[in-house]
Design a protein around this ligand. Structure first.
Ligand code: SAM
Length: 271
């Protein structure tokens, strides 16, 4: 188990000294030092507070992948494209608001098998895309090669990943429900900081409604992340201009059992 290294990396990425982390946890800095050099492990009772302080999930802290991700890997391992090849309708909204008259830089978060990233690249955008599923990424790379476009695909976890470059357009579809409640502000603040002026964030997220039953195939990681409330996504962008904001309910047949989802969609512009 490389928990010591994970703690060191997370602590440093937050700019905390061992002493500062120890004070937040109300323990001695020697204890932190021992975890980090592998002479001891944190007690299970401190894991929730340690994970919150380091802004990661307990699974990430322990170096585990979540069950849901294995599920995606399995889906993407099947023949064909699990999500099909038609681009999300939001890609057309991107083209309407930011026509690719210059090669705008786009980031697709949780790109899956790459249908949207490839569509945007084919239309002249300069696309970077990441997902946590290596199987999804390998399909996405194949699709990009097949269509003759270059896309910078890489593996990353939205809960841990922090941007370094700036983008004109940040797009994410069907992924934000994996961000745990306590990490949402942090993750979104980082996306906002790394959006160029007059750039846009185009995001949709599943929200829970009391009158819609839980989907039959709800994943453990989604439950663990906590529900998104209606309108919650807007609150993180209160200081940007909303180009679009809507809530829609739609039918779904994933898992073979008909059910409904509710989704909030925003396009917000950084002025
Ligand atoms: C519903 S699919 C959407 C895929 C793609 N955006 C699309 O619309 O076709 C959710 C995607 O999120 C990815 N994902 C799940 N948890 C993630 C995480 N923590 N970080 C990055 N990607 C994640 C999954 O591997 C999956 O590809």
């Amino acid at each position: 188990m490389n928990i010591g290294k994970i703690i060191t990396d997370k602590r440093k990425s937050l700019g905390l000294t061992q002493q500062a982390l120890a004070e937040k946890l109300n323990i001695s800095f020697q204890a932190v030092s021992k975890w980090e050099n592998g002479t001891s492990y944190p007690d299970v009772t401190i894991l929730p507070m340690l994970a919150t302080t380091l802004k990661v999930s307990i699974d990430s802290l322990l170096g585990y992948s979540l069950q849901s991700l294995t599920e995606y890997d399995k889906r993407y391992d099947m023949e064909g494209y699990y999500w099909g090849l038609s681009p999300n309708h939001l890609c057309y909204e991107i083209m309407r608001l930011k026509p690719p008259t210059t090669p705008y830089k786009v980031l697709d978060i949780g790109c899956g098998e790459g249908k949207d990233a490839v569509f945007l690249a084919r239309n002249g955008y300069n696309v970077t895309a990441f997902d946590i599923s290596e199987q999804g990424l390998s399909k996405a790379r194949e699709l990009a090669d097949h269509c003759g476009v270059k896309i910078d695909f890489f593996k990353a976890d939205i809960r841990d990943f922090r941007l370094e470059a700036d983008f004109d357009i940040i797009f994410s579809s069907g992924v934000f429900h994996y961000i745990p409640q306590e990490q949402r502000k942090n993750v979104i603040d980082s996306l906002k900081i790394h959006t160029a002026t007059n750039g846009i964030n185009v995001i949709n997220v599943f929200v829970r409604k009391p009158f819609i039953p839980l989907p039959p195939d709800i994943e453990e990681s989604e439950m663990a992340a906590g529900d998104w409330k209606s309108g919650e996504l807007l609150t993180y962008y209160y200081d940007w201009l909303f180009r679009k904001s809507e809530e829609r309910i739609f039918d779904c047949n994933s898992s073979g059992v008909p059910h409904k989802h509710c989704m909030d969609v925003i396009i917000a512009e950084k002025i």
